[in-house]
Design a protein around this ligand. Structure first.
Ligand SMILES: [Zn+2]
Length: 449
């Protein structure tokens, strides 16, 4: 029951990010990271079979790790490493996966990843996101509209604290379905939000849908996230006329970095929640200003640890202190995922999420996918299966895709053994017409959406 000891360890309560005051002492930030990493490694070796085996194979014991340099000699882990072991092997001994919250990735990378957290871990990681919003000016009593195309909701998450807070008029978030709600613009206007957050292209979609209600709204800021904020997307959202701040996160860790509130373009890395490395092809830290692969370690995920986990994103490393004075390490740009809209034969746009939401019930046998548009009236869903599907399973998937399209285009399923990665490090999940070439490695990438 080692893992249970860690679930309510008082040291972690001290780590709660209540204050928005940035640290100024870099040495104490690093010393705190080393302390948390040592605790995490002891736990992972004692209680999580995946790490017990891999650390033993590498000939490393947690006692060997006395500094960040020592830590950087540990092996790295990929999404595939996690998916290839039994669920019980990636989760701490003594925890029942069915009692944990399921924060599995929703599919925006095309490659599904099962993520489990305790209720406490979920709340703790959310607090870091709240802190970022508060540095942008969110107040305790504010209403925030959250715009999504799809949200992974776990019915076991009772949201007790949020409901109690909302009953007191605090932290009032409301989630809007930017794709399925024909009254989206009016619904958001009726809510009168003080701030807007959510998925970048969902926000861009809303900004255009909200042209008539724009004058009735005065949000203090818009916080984007979940996909690359390209310059064209930023321009579409900027039409609303309020400050835009970008957040970089992932399902596995929640918030990884957030744009400096001072507007200098650097992203503050969430150093008190995660240890983030930017590495070259040989696994060495890249110099400041260079692009490299993002490798992350979550300091507070004990139910399912993420240790030197390769996110698959590229980022441009910034200085180990933001020009604003905050002692956070920084990223200068993120080369994350982009989501194309598909131009259809009737002259309208199809957002790929409309199709993905329709085929989601079939995800259990799909390891990875790519939705390709060879022509305006034809979509091909390329699938790397987890197990060999029966003809009936393929037919069921095809029918779900056809139904989601509602006759706007044909939908075919193509089984394949692999999907090639793009220059950004990740396979491209959505390839709209005439967009087959790899794009999306910088924040300045052209985007015709
Ligand atoms: Zn800063």
């Amino acid at each position: 029951m080692t893992s249970l000891r860690h679930r309510f360890d008082p040291v972690r309560w001290q780590a709660l990010p209540w204050s928005t005051t940035a640290p100024t002492d870099r040495q104490s930030v690093l010393a705190s990271q080393v302390r948390h990493l040592q605790r995490l490694l002891v736990h992972a070796q004692e209680a999580v079979p995946l790490f017990r085996q891999r650390l033993a194979a590498a000939g490393v014991s947690p006692g060997d790790v006395q500094s960040l340099a020592d830590f950087h000699r540990l092996p790295t882990f990929t999404r595939r490493d996690y998916q290839d072991v039994e669920p019980a092997h990636r989760i701490a001994d003594g925890l029942d996966p069915t009692t944990l919250l399921d924060r599995s990735t929703s599919g925006s990378t095309g490659e599904r990843m099962t993520v489990h957290r305790t209720w406490f871990e979920e709340r703790l990681l959310n607090l870091f996101r709240w802190r970022a919003w508060r540095t942008y000016g969110l107040r305790l009593t504010d209403r925030m509209a959250v715009l999504y195309f799809h949200r992974n909701v776990d019915s076991r998450d009772s949201q007790r604290i949020q409901r109690a807070a909302q009953a007191l008029g605090l932290y009032r978030n409301r989630v809007f379905d930017a794709l399925g709600d024909p009254r989206l613009a009016q619904a958001v206007a009726d809510f009168q939000p003080h701030a807007i957050s959510g998925m970048t292209s969902a926000i861009a979609h809303w900004v255009e849908a909200a042209a008539d209600t724009r004058s009735t709204l005065r949000p203090r800021f818009i916080a984007t996230g979940g996909e690359l904020l390209t310059e064209p997307l930023r321009a579409r959202i900027a039409a609303f006329g309020v400050p835009i701040h970008d957040l970089y996160g992932c399902n596995e860790l929640n918030l990884v970095a957030w744009e400096c509130p001072s507007g200098n373009g650097h992203y503050h890395v969430c150093d008190d929640a995660h240890h983030v490395e930017v590495l070259d092809a040989e696994g060495r830290e890249v110099p400041v200003g260079d692009w490299g692969e993002v490798v992350v370690t979550s300091l507070f995920s004990f139910a399912m640890p993420f240790i030197r986990y390769r996110l698959g994103d590229l980022a441009r490393r910034g200085p180990d202190r933001c020009p604003c004075g905050a002692a956070y390490s920084t990223l200068l740009a993120i080369g994350g995922r982009t989501i194309d809209r598909f131009p259809m034969a009737d002259g309208r746009w199809l957002h790929p999420w409309e199709v993905i939401n329709g085929v989601r019930p079939h995800f259990s046998w799909i390891r990875q996918y790519q939705l390709v548009q060879p022509s305006r009236d034809r979509l091909v869903f390329r699938v790397v299966p987890r197990t060999t599907p029966t003809p009936a399973m393929v037919q069921g998937l095809t029918q779900s895709g056809q139904k989601a399209l509602g006759g706007r285009a044909t939908f075919e399923v193509e089984l394949t053994e692999s999907i090639q990665a793009t220059a950004s490090g990740k396979p491209r999940p959505f390839v709209a017409l005439n967009r087959e070439r790899a794009v999306g490695t910088t924040n300045g990438t052209e985007d015709t959406n």
